[in-house]
Design a protein around this ligand. Structure first.
Ligand code: HEC
Length: 311
C-alpha cells in the first residue's frame, strides 16, 4: 500500500512535493504510528514577521515550508522546517515515537533522518523557537555554530540529508528567519482560507522570476508551490470531494503550464496565465465551501482520520 499511495501521489504530482507546511499522507506513510499530533496539525501560531519583505524573505518563507529542500525520511514524510518550527516558534506537540522522549523534543542526529548523521547517542533535543534568531551569535544547544547561514546549511545537508543548498536558497532561508521577530505565541486554527492566502502570496513571489525572465527559478518556485497545493489537496481526502480535488489538480496543472511557457521563453503569456490563476484562486469555486465541513480542516474529522490505521 505504501508504494501504491506514493505512486498515486506522484501521478497527481501533488503530495510527493511539499504543504500548509505539513503532509498528512506522507507523515502517516513514513513516520511510526503515533507520530502525528492533532494539535500540531490543526493549529499553528500567528506568524508576525518584521516589516520589510522582499523576494528573499518571500522565497525563504516558501522554502521553509517545502520538504523538497530536505532529503531522506523528512522529505518522504513531507516534513519541512515549518513542521518543527511552526511559524518560527517551536512546535511543542511535535513527537515521533523512538526519537522523542517527550513532545517538543526530537533526536535530529539519528539514522532515521540520515545514515551519515547518526551519532550513536539517543539524544533528543528541545526544538527551539527561532524567534529573535537574528540577534543571536551562537546557534545550537552546544553553541557550536557562529553563523545562521552555516547552521541552516548543516540542518539541510547533515541532519536531513538534503542536497547541498545553493547561495540563493541559503540567502532566502536566512532572510526569512531574520524576519522572525520575537512575538507572543498566539495559536490559530489551520484553515483553508489561510492556506489559500498563502498560495496567493507564493504566486506573487513567482512574479519575480517571470519578470526577470529566469526559467530555472520559475520552475523551482512552481515545484514548491505545487507542493503547497498538494498539502491542501490532502485535506480534501474523500474521493467524493471531486469538485474541490479537481480544482486543486487543475490549479497545479496550470502552474506546470506557466513553468512550460517560461521554459519556452513565452514570457508575456506566462505572466498572463499567472495573473489568471491568481484571480481564480482569489475567488475559489463554491465546491470548497460545500466540502469544507467534511474535509480534514475540520478538527473532529482530522482526529478520526489520524486514528484510522494505514491500510
Ligand atoms: C524534525 C524537527 C526539525 C526540523 C524538520 C528542523 N529543525 Fe531546526 N531544530 C530542531 C532541533 C531539535 C533543534 C535543536 C538542535 C541543536 O540544538 O543542536 C533545531 C535548531 C535549529 C536552529 C538553531 C536555533 C538556535 O537558537 O540555536 C535553527 C536556526 C534551525 N533549527 C533552523 C531550521 C531550518 C532552517 C530548518 C529547515 C531547513 C529546520 N530547522 C528544520 C528541529 C528541527
Amino acid at each position: 500500500m505504501r508504494r501504491l499511495a506514493v505512486v498515486a501521489a506522484a501521478l497527481l504530482g501533488l503530495a510527493a512535493g511539499g504543504a500548509g507546511a505539513q503532509s498528512l499522507v506522507g507523515a502517516r506513510e513514513w513516520l511510526p504510528a503515533g507520530s502525528l499530533s492533532l494539535d500540531a496539525l490543526s493549529q499553528r501560531p500567528a506568524e508576525r514577521l518584521e516589516d520589510g519583505r522582499n523576494f528573499y524573505v518571500a522565497f525563504g518563507r516558501l522554502a521553509f515550508r517545502s520538504p523538497d529542500i530536505l532529503g531522506g525520511t523528512a522529505r518522504k514524510a513531507g516534513l519541512s522546517c515549518q513542521a518543527c518550527h511552526a511559524s518560527g516558534f517551536a512546535t511543542h506537540a511535535f513527537f515521533i515515537p523512538g526519537l522523542s522522549d517527550r513532545p517538543g523534543r526530537i533526536d535530529v542526529s539519528n539514522a532515521f533522518w540520515h545514515l551519515r548523521g547518526e551519532d550513536g547517542i539517543d539524544n533528543p533535543l528541545e526544538i527551539p523557537s527561532l524567534r529573535g534568531v537574528k540577534t543571536k551569535d551562537r546557534f545550537g544547544h552546544d553553541a557550536r555554530t557562529a553563523s545562521l547561514r552555516d547552521f541552516t546549511r548543516r540542518v539541510i545537508v547533515m541532519e536531513f540529508a538534503g542536497d547541498e543548498p545553493d547561495a540563493l536558497l541559503l540567502d532566502a532561508l536566512v532572510a526569512y528567519q531574520e524576519k522572525l521577530q520575537p512575538a507572543i505565541e498566539t495559536p490559530q486554527p489551520v484553515t483553508l482560507r489561510q492556506d489559500l492566502a498563502d498560495i496567493l502570496d507564493h504566486l506573487d513571489t513567482l512574479r519575480v522570476p517571470l519578470g526577470e525572465e529566469n526559467p530555472a527559478l520559475a520552475s523551482r518556485l512552481v515545484t514548491m508551490i505545487r507542493g503547497q497545493l498538494g498539502f491542501i489537496h490532502e485535506r480534501f481526502a474523500d474521493e467524493n470531494m471531486r469538485g474541490s480535488r479537481a480544482t486543486l489538480e487543475e490549479w497545479s496543472r496550470q502552474l506546470v503550464g506557466i513553468a512550460e511557457l517560461a521554459e519556452n521563453g513565452q514570457w508575456p503569456q506566462a505572466r498572463q496565465h499567472l495573473a489568471a490563476l491568481r484571480g481564480a484562486i482569489a475567488a475559489p469555486p463554491p465546491a470548497f465551501a460545500a466540502d469544507l465541513p467534511r474535509s480534514l480542516y475540520d478538527g473532529p474529522r482530522l482526529a478520526a482520520w489520524l486514528n484510522t490505521p494505514v491500510r
